[in-house]
Design a protein around this ligand. Structure first.
Ligand code: FAD
Length: 587
C-alpha cells in the first residue's frame, strides 16, 4: 500500500481555474478515469479524471477554490505495485472512447483537416430544445458530447426568449382576465395592480430555474459545454469564437441545432418603441396604443399579454384570417372574443410604411378600404421566424442550405453530408420546440448507431391565446386542398358542464375520421386548456385509434376532456349529451 497524490493535469493556457464541483470524498474507491472534480473556465466545463485506482484518503481541494497544472487534488491509497498513469493534458480528455456501434464516418476526420484545439466524438451546435435533447440523448447512449452555444445560458429560444417566458406572462394575463370576469358572477377583486419589475423578476426566475436545471443535466451526463459562436471551417472542424478568442473543435459527427431568429422587415426603422417578440417579453411600458404586425400565434399571444396589462391593441394581418393555416372554424371563437376587446383587427391588410416620429410611430396600412395612417405608442413586429442556416459557414462543411436558410434532411435527420445531422427550426416547419426535441432524439440515436427515424403522424400546434386553439394531424383545410375524404364528429362546448362551470361556452372540439376505417386522422380544439387536451388527439392518431376506441374510453366527468369522447360519439351516433339528427346509415 502507498499514498500517492493525484495532481491537476496540464490545462493548456488556463491557470487558476475555478472548481465548481468535487465529485469524490474520503473513503471512495476509484478507478483510473473516475472524475474527481469539475472545472469551469469562461469557455467550458470539464471533469478532471483520476490517473490512479485506489481508495481516496483525502480530498485536497474544495468547491470555490482554483487549480492550475500540478495542484494536488486528492490523496489516494493504491495497492502495492499499482501503476501510475501519466496525466494527459485535459483538453484531450474530451476525446471519446469509440462506441462499438458508432458509424465509421464518426470515428475519423480526414488527415488534411485543419488543426484543432479539442476533440469531440459528437458536436452539437446550438443548445435549444433540439440541441440539448440531442446532446443528452447521445450522452446517455455512450457518446462523448460537446455542446456549443453562443448564449450564456442553455435552452435556446424556447427557454430564454420563447415558449417559457411567454407562457409565464400569459399565465399572469389569464389570472387578471379571470379575476375580472368573475365580477359578473358575484366575486369582485377590484382593478389589477401591476408591479412590473416584480412580474419581470418572476418570469426571469422561472427561466433561470429551467436553464440552470439544464446546466446541471449537462454536467450529470458529462456533456462538455463550450460557449461561443460556432462556424464550420471544414467538414470535421468547427471554429468557436468567444470574446475575442477562438478555438477549433474537431468532431467525428455533428448535429446542427442552430434554430431561428425573428424576421426583420427592411422598411421598419430601428426605434426603441418598435420591438420583436424578444423585446416584448421584457415588458417595456405597456400603456397606450399598441399595434401588432402579424396575426400569427406569437403575435396574438403577446397581444393577449399586453392587453391584459393595460395596452389598447390593434392587429394587422396580411391574409384573410388570424392564425393562417389553422381551420377557420377553430379561429372564429377567438376572433369574436378579440373583436370585443381590441381596438381593431385588420385582415387582408398590408403595412406599407412605418415612420418613427417624435410623438408616435406612424403606420400606413393598405387594405380593403384603401390607405390610412395611424399613430401608435408601440409596435410589435411578429411576422415569422427565419432559420439560422446561412450564418454557420455550412458551405465549408459541404452542407447544403437553401436560399431561405433551411437545411434539408432525410428521415434520420442527416444532411447531404452523412456525418452531419440537422434538427429543429433550422430544418423547417413547424417551428416548434416539441418537434425540435423529437428530431434531436432521432439524430442522437442514429449518430450512436441505433436504428431510428422521425416519422411522427401528428405534431400538435397550440396557440396559448384566450381561448386557446390546438390542432393535431390532418386539418380540414389540408383535407380539402389535398382531396382527402374525411368525416367529422364535433361537440360544441356550450353543452359541456365543465366549460360552463368555468364561465365559458364558446369552445368546440372536432375530430376528423377516415370514412372507411373510422380511424382518427386529425382533430382541433378551441377553448380554455385546448393545448393540454390536444395530447389525447395526438395519441389517438399515433396509435391508429378509431372513433369507437375514443368514444368507448371512459373519460372523467365533468372535464373538458369529455368533449373529445363526445366528438367521437357524435361521429358514431351514440352521443346522448346533445340531440343530433340521426345519420342516414346509423352506425
Ligand atoms: C415568443 C415565442 C414563443 C414561442 N412559444 C412556443 C410554444 O409555446 N411552443 C412551441 O413549441 N414553440 C414555441 N416557440 C418556438 C420555439 O421556441 C422554437 O421552435 C424552438 O426553440 C426551436 O428549437 P431549436 O432547438 O430548433 O432552436 P432554438 O431554440 O432557436 O435554439 C438554437 C440555439 O442555437 C444557438 N446558436 C445559433 N447559432 C449559433 C452559432 N453559430 N453558434 C453557437 N450557437 C448558436 C442559439 O443561441 C440558440 O440557443 C416560440 C417562439 C417564440 C419566439
Amino acid at each position: 500500500m502507498s499514498l500517492v497524490e493525484v495532481a491537476c493535469p496540464d490545462l493548456g493556457t488556463f491557470k487558476d481555474v475555478a472548481i465548481i464541483d468535487v465529485l469524490v470524498k474520503a473513503g471512495d474507491v476509484i478507478a483510473v478515469d473516475t472524475p474527481l472534480v469539475t472545472l469551469e473556465t469562461d469557455k467550458a466545463t470539464m471533469d478532471v479524471p483520476s490517473t490512479l485506482a485506489g481508495t481516496v484518503r483525502a480530498v485536497l481541494v474544495a468547491v470555490g477554490g482554483t487549480v492550475s497544472r500540478g495542484t494536488p487534488l486528492v490523496r489516494v491509497e493504491t495497492a502495492a505495485g499499482a501503476g501510475v498513469e501519466a496525466a494527459q493534458p485535459l483538453r484531450l480528455a474530451a476525446a471519446a472512447p469509440a462506441a462499438t456501434s458508432v458509424p465509421a464516418s464518426a470515428a475519423v476526420a480526414a488527415a488534411d483537416e485543419p488543426g484543432a484545439d479539442r476533440e469531440a466524438q459528437l458536436l452539437v451546435l446550438g443548445a435549444g430544445p433540439g440541441g440539448y435533447t440531442a446532446a443528452f440523448r447521445a450522452a446517455d447512449l455512450g457518446l462523448r458530447v460537446t455542446l456549443v452555444e453562443r448564449w450564456n445560458t442553455l435552452g435556446g429560444v424556447c427557454l430564454n426568449v420563447g415558449c417559457i417566458p411567454s407562457k409565464a406572462l400569459l399565465h399572469a394575463a389569464k389570472v387578471i382576465d379571470e379575476a375580472q370576469q368573475m365580477g359578473a358572477h358575484g366575486v369582485s377583486f377590484g382593478k389589477a395592480e401591476i408591479d412590473t419589475p416584480k412580474l419581470r423578476a418572476w418570469k426571469a426566475s422561472v427561466v433561470k430555474k429551467l436553464t440552470g436545471g439544464l446546466t446541471l443535466l449537462a454536467k450529470q451526463r458529462k456533456v462538455e459545454v463550450v460557449r461561443g459562436v460556432g462556424r464550420f471551417v471544414s467538414p470535421h472542424v468547427l471554429e468557436v469564437s468567444h470574446e475575442g478568442s477562438t478555438q477549433r473543435i474537431r468532431f467525428g459527427q455533428c448535429i446542427i441545432a442552430a434554430g431561428s431568429e425573428p424576421v426583420k422587415l427592411a422598411f421598419i426603422p430601428e426605434d426603441p418603441r418598435i420591438m420583436d417578440s424578444t423585446g416584448a417579453l421584457e415588458l417595456p411600458d405597456r400603456r397606450g396604443r399598441m399595434l401588432v404586425i402579424g396575426g400569427g400565434i406569437i403575435g396574438l399571444e403577446m397581444a393577449c399579454v399586453y392587453e391584459a396589462l393595460g395596452a389598447r391593441i390593434s392587429v394587422v394581418e396580411l391574409t384573410g384570417q388570424l392564425i393562417p393555416g389553422c381551420d377557420a372554424d377553430l379561429v372564429r371563437p377567438l376572433e369574436r372574443r378579440l373583436k370585443t376587446r381590441y381596438e381593431q383587427i385588420m385582415l387582408n391588410t398590408k403595412v406599407a410604411a412605418v415612420e418613427a416620429r417624435k410623438d408616435a410611430v406612424h403606420v400606413t396600412f393598405e387594405g380593403p378600404t384603401g390607405q390610412k395612417t395611424e399613430p401608435y405608442d408601440r409596435v410589435l413586429v411578429a411576422v415569422g421566424r427565419v432559420p439560422n442556416g446561412r450564418l454557420l459557414g455550412a458551405e465549408a462543411a459541404g452542407v447544403d442550405v437553401d436560399e431561405r436558410g433551411f437545411i434539408a434532411v432525410d428521415g434520420q435527420m442527416r444532411t447531404n453530408v452523412p456525418h452531419i445531422f440537422a434538427i429543429g427550426d433550422v430544418v423547417g416547419q413547424p417551428m416548434l420546440a416539441h418537434k425540435a426535441s423529437h428530431e434531436g432524439k432521432v439524430a442522437a440515436e442514429v449518430a450512436a448507431g441505433r436504428k431510428s427515424r422521425f416519422d411522427a403522424r401528428a405534431i400538435p400546434s397550440v396557440a396559448y391565446t384566450d381561448p386557446e386553439i390546438a390542432w393535431a394531424g390532418l386539418t380540414e383545410t389540408q383535407a380539402k386542398a389535398k382531396g382527402i375524404a374525411i368525416e367529422k364528429g364535433a361537440f360544441p362546448w356550450v353543452a359541456s358542464g365543465r366549460s360552463l362551470s368555468l364561465g365559458r361556452d364558446e369552445g368546440m372540439t372536432k375530430l376528423l375520421f377516415d370514412p372507411a376505417t373510422h380511424r382518427v386522422l386529425g382533430g382541433g380544439i378551441v377553448g380554455p386548456n385546448a393545448g393540454e387536451l390536444i395530447a389525447e388527439v395526438a395519441l389517438a392518431i399515433e396509435m391508429g385509434a378509431d372513433a369507437a376506441d375514443v368514444g368507448l374510453t371512459v373519460h372523467p366527468h365533468p372535464t373538458l376532456s369529455e368533449t373529445i369522447c363526445f366528438a367521437a360519439e357524435a361521429f358514431e351516433g351514440t352521443l346522448t349529451d346533445l340531440y343530433l339528427p340521426k345519420k342516414p346509415a346509423a352506425r
